[in-house]
Every structure is written in structure tokens, then in C-alpha cells.
Design a protein around this ligand. Structure first.
Ligand code: NAP
Length: 277
């Protein structure tokens, strides 16, 4: 048996995270002797907990609400975590606590898997300008998108994305969205609209090109009304659950030294869990 290694998700509360389901599935699949746990840690205790990761027996951790900014400040972040302004994955490298933000590669890898060739287009329309939009815009820039229109209810947050990521980001108000549909190769919803318990995402996608790709970060419900409308038009889609699964790959690789696969069986397990809740 190999040497046991453990990892965890640190949150407050930590109750809703699907990360244990995902990582423990991979631990079993690869025959590793370790465990992925949930750690409910209050904000005032986070710094001490993060500094003691190794002595608590952890190779690393995921970090969720409300600790992502604190994790960035306490660690040595890579370019992605710095650009996004939040860290969601910590690992120990020698004595150093390092961090990254895996939402960027989760978003990109999910598009690559679900809609291959999506990045041939050069114009994106991003709805929302919150935390996840920062990861999405950074990823789109990295993959060569030339025009990234960002529509947000609070226009100042979209403008802050242009300040952060440069001129390729074009902040627009919500009422500009219908007029931008025809030029978008990719439409991404990063708002919480359409999520269970939230208001609906009230947009008409009939103006989208016939070869546009549609992505939604929301994964409860699994098929959002936006994705259902896109599929009804025969457009390729990338869903929020796919992003959630793909973003977990890098953390597992860093902690356990094996690159895991996002399999249909894993997806089914998480789908079943989401449908039960
Ligand atoms: P956030 O930072 O709180 O941002 C929320 C965004 O939604 C903002 O742009 C906000 O606009 C907009 N919004 C909320 N209510 C609205 C309303 N009533 N009308 C118009 N706009 C509204 O949240 P986040 O972290 O970016 O997360 C957003 C969604 O993505 C959540 O559903 C989350 O679960 C999902 N997500 C999924 C993954 C994944 O792996 N699939 C990863 C990250 C996030 P204002 O700026 O005007 O408030």
C-alpha cells in the first residue's frame, strides 16, 4: 500500500461541497490510501488552520466560501490565482504553501471536452461580472478571444474587469445583450440567475448564430433553461457540472501525484447526489 495522503475542503459552512464525493471517488479508483475530508473552519481560525495543514496530515486543500481571498493572501499564488484575485486550491511544495485558482482550467477544459473547436471564434458575450466571471474572462483571454463583452446589472463591476484584464474586455449594460447576440461565438452565463432559488435568466437566444456555443456555470438545476434553449436550437453546450468536475482535476494531481479522469461514472454519481438534495 502506498503512503497515505489526505486532503480536505475548508469552508464555513462546508456542508454543501461536492468535493469529497469527487476526490474520494478518484482515491478509490486509483487504489490510493488516503482520504478527502470536509473541514468547517471559522474565518478567524482560517490562517492558523492553513499554516498547520502539514501538521494536520494534509497534502493540500480546496478552499471555498468565505476563505478564498484569505487563502490567496496567506500563500504563494500562481498567475491564475493572482489574476482572479482568489485561491481555491492550496498545496505544500517543500515547506512552501502554494495556491492556484482551478476555476480557470475547469471552465476551459469543460469547453474543450463538451464543444471541441469552441475557441476558433474570437468574440464572447459573458453575462455577469462576479467572482466566477473573473476566472472566465481570464481563461478566455488566455485562449485568444479578441472581444469579450461583459454584461452586468452593476456596470461598475464589468468596468472593473476591463481595468483588471485590459481593452479586450468591453463592459456593457444588460439592455445591450440582444444586440450582441449575432456577433457572439460563445455565450457564457456566470450570473447566479437560473439557479434553483434565484430569479430566472430572462434572455432570448434566438438571435445567436447557428454555430455559437453556450456555456452556463450554474449546475443546480443540471440543465438550466439557458442550456435547454440552446440545445433546442441544436447549439453545442457546456454545463456547470462539467466545469465543477474538471476544476477538481488539478488539485487531485497536485496532492496525490496522479492525473484523474472526469468519467461518465463520476458525473453520474455527482448528478445523483445533486438530484437528491
Ligand atoms: P458572485 O460573485 O456573487 O456574482 C454573481 C453575479 O450574478 C454578479 O454578476 C451579479 O450581478 C449577478 N446577479 C445576481 N443576482 C442578479 C439579479 N437578480 N439580476 C442580475 N444579475 C444578478 O457569484 P459567482 O461566484 O460569480 O457565482 C455565480 C454562479 O456561478 C453561481 O450560480 C455559482 O454557483 C456558479 N459557479 C459555478 C462554478 C462551477 O464550477 N460550475 C464555479 C463558480 C461559480 P451584480 O454584480 O449586479 O450583483
Amino acid at each position: 500500500m502506498n503512503e497515505p495522503r489526505n486532503a480536505c475542503v475548508i469552508g464555513w459552512p462546508a456542508g454543501h461541497s461536492r468535493s469529497p464525493l469527487i476526490h474520494n471517488y478518484w482515491i478509490g479508483q486509483h487504489g490510493l490510501s488516503g482520504e478527502y475530508r470536509k473541514e468547517a473552519v471559522q474565518p478567524e481560525d482560517f490562517a492558523a488552520f492553513a499554516k498547520a495543514l502539514a501538521s494536520n496530515g494534509y497534502a493540500g486543500a480546496n478552499v471555498t466560501i468565505p476563505h478564498k481571498e484569505a487563502a490567496l493572501a496567506l500563500s504563494q499564488p500562481d498567475e491564475r490565482a493572482q489574476a482572479v484575485g482568489a485561491a481555491n486550491t492550496l498545496w505544500l511544495d517543500g515547506g512552501a504553501l502554494k495556491s492556484t485558482n482551478t476555476d480557470v482550467e475547469g471552465f476551459l477544459a469543460n469547453l474543450d471536452a463538451s464543444a471541441p473547436g469552441w475557441d476558433k471564434g474570437r468574440t464572447a458575450l459573458v453575462l455577469g461580472a462576479g467572482g466566477s466571471a473573473r476566472a472566465v474572462v481570464f481563461g478566455l483571454r488566455e485562449r485568444g478571444m479578441e472581444k469579450i463583452h461583459v454584461a452586468n446589472r452593476t456596470i461598475e463591476r464589468a468596468q472593473a474587469l476591463r481595468d483588471r484584464f485590459g481593452e479586450r474586455v468591453m463592459p456593457v449594460t444588460w439592455d445591450a445583450v440582444p444586440g450582441l447576440m449575432a456577433s457572439a461565438n460563445l455565450l457564457v452565463n456566470t450570473t447566479s440567475l437560473g439557479m434553483k432559488g434565484q430569479p430566472p435568466l430572462d434572455i432570448d437566444i434566438s438571435g445567436l448564430r447557428g454555430d455559437a456555443v453556450v456555456a452556463d456555470l450554474v449546475y443546480v438545476p443540471l440543465v438550466t433553461p439557458l442550456l435547454a434553449a440552446a440545445r433546442a436550437r441544436g447549439l453545442p453546450t457546456a454545463d456547470g457540472l462539467g466545469m465543477l468536475l474538471h476544476q477538481a482535476v488539478r488539485g487531485f494531481s497536485l496532492w496525490f501525484g496522479v492525473k484523474p479522469a472526469v468519467t461518465p461514472e463520476l458525473r453520474k454519481r455527482v448528478e445523483d447526489d445533486l438530484l437528491r438534495s
